[in-house]
Design a protein around this ligand. Structure first.
Ligand SMILES: Cc1cc2nc3c(=O)[nH]c(=O)nc-3n(C[C@H](O)[C@H](O)[C@H](O)COP(=O)(O)O)c2cc1C
Length: 352
């Protein structure tokens, strides 16, 4: 956890000012904000932030983890099939479990089922997912087009479980550029009892393209009393320091950059605490991590037998080797890997 009172790095003077100037944030229910900490979150990413990757990022310094999202209807109708998405390991804490859906009562009941089986530190509601499968069922970002329905969803979850656990939400800034509604949504969520809001600074129409709008994130963070976590395009330790210095957000959430370089959490702490920007990791470290990640996935059985596990791992290999010069040939082999042995042989061919 980055403690804002430590001030080795140049950045810290203004961090302290920021903390003093915004003392009224209601952070009491989420212990990771205690003592002025600025937590670094691993973003929820379906198909990526499984328990294995969560372990890796935790070990490399992520402060707060959020599970891949799970459908409230799936929890209600097929608990046995869906429970694997929300497994919590004790050493992963603090962890949030993320739910999506469009029926407040069902969402609340699903949250209660989760609490009967698991003890996350918070329940997060997804109001940002852009994928047609979710949007088509009125879930995720489609709720940004119907703010009464969005209100009923947060209301339903807080009504069912809000006295037992903090309820949080993750939003995009609007459906499209013509309908930016982050400010209004944040006020609704605050009124309905949310304890924290993560804002991904893109519209649904942008999907993952263009740039995240940090002016809107900052504007919302200044206007509401509950903590806002900023998300979108955080891809370096210096960017994290800029965000701490220049915005009112109370934490940073990192997605795709962690997928490619999970050391970002550790490196950010080194920079913020000691003022040193760590050198990019050599490719040999990446190879060690690829092998370790794959071994952990195989041992866990999370994706079944070796072949299905290796199929799943292919996209992880691509993320780890993205942008690596001279890796084109190797990457085309990595996407066809069927066994762990084959992976080791391909990785051996890389001159490091
Ligand atoms: C593969 C993938 C899966 C994602 N799945 C989820 C999800 O389950 N829940 C969620 O709230 N956001 C999800 N997101 C969005 C991320 O949490 C994050 O908001 C987005 O990637 C922007 O952050 P970044 O620029 O740091 O990647 C996903 C993103 C990606 C790339």
């Amino acid at each position: 956890m980055v403690r804002l009172k430590i001030h080795h790095a140049l950045a810290y003077n203004s961090i302290i000012t920021q903390t003093i100037m915004a003392p009224n944030k209601d952070v009491s229910r989420l212990s990771f904000f205690n003592d002025g900490a600025f937590p670094l979150f691993l973003a929820p990413m379906a198909g990526v932030t499984d328990p294995i990757f969560r372990s890796i990022c935790k070990e490399l310094g992520a402060d707060v983890l959020v599970t891949e999202f799970v459908s409230a209807e799936g929890i209600l109708q097929a608990w046995e099939r869906n429970k694997r998405y929300i497994q919590i390991k004790e050493d992963h804490r603090p962890v949030g479990i993320q739910l999506f859906g469009s029926n407040g009562d069902h969402m609340g009941r699903a949250a209660q089922i989760i609490l009967d089986h698991q003890a996350p530190e918070f329940i997060d509601i997804n109001f940002g997912c852009p994928v047609p499968k979710v949007v088509g069922k009125n879930g995720g970002s489609s709720l940004l087009k119907d703010l009464d329905l969005l209100r009923s969803v947060i209301h339903g979850v807080v009504k069912h479980v809000g006295d037992q656990i903090p309820v949080t939400a993750k939003i995009r800034i609007g459906w499209d550029a013509q309908s930016i509604c982050a400010d209004e949504v944040c006020h609704i969520l605050q009124e309905e009892g949310a304890s924290m809001i993560t804002i991904h600074g893109r519209t649904r129409a942008q999907q993952y393209g263009g740039q995240a709008d940090w002016e809107i994130i900052n504007d919302c963070a200044q206007k509401i009393h509950i903590p806002v976590i900023g998300n979108g395009d955080i891809n370096s330790v210096t960017r994290i320091a800029e965000i701490i210095n220049n915005t009112a957000v109370k934490g940073a959430m990192i997605g795709r950059a962690a997928m490619e370089n999970p050391w970002i959490f550790q490196d950010a702490k080194t920079y913020l605490n000691e003022g040193i920007i760590p050198q990019p990791r050599p490719f040999s470290d990446k190879i060690t991590l690829i092998l370790k990640h794959t071994e952990m996935a195989l041992e866990s059985g999370h994706y079944g037998q070796e072949q299905t596990t290796m199929q799943h791992m292919r996209s992880r290999f691509l993320a780890y080797t993205k942008g690596f010069s001279g890796a084109k040939e190797m990457r085309s082999r990595l996407v066809r890997i069927k066994t762990f042995q084959e992976l080791k042989e391909v990785l051996k061919t890389i001159p490091v």
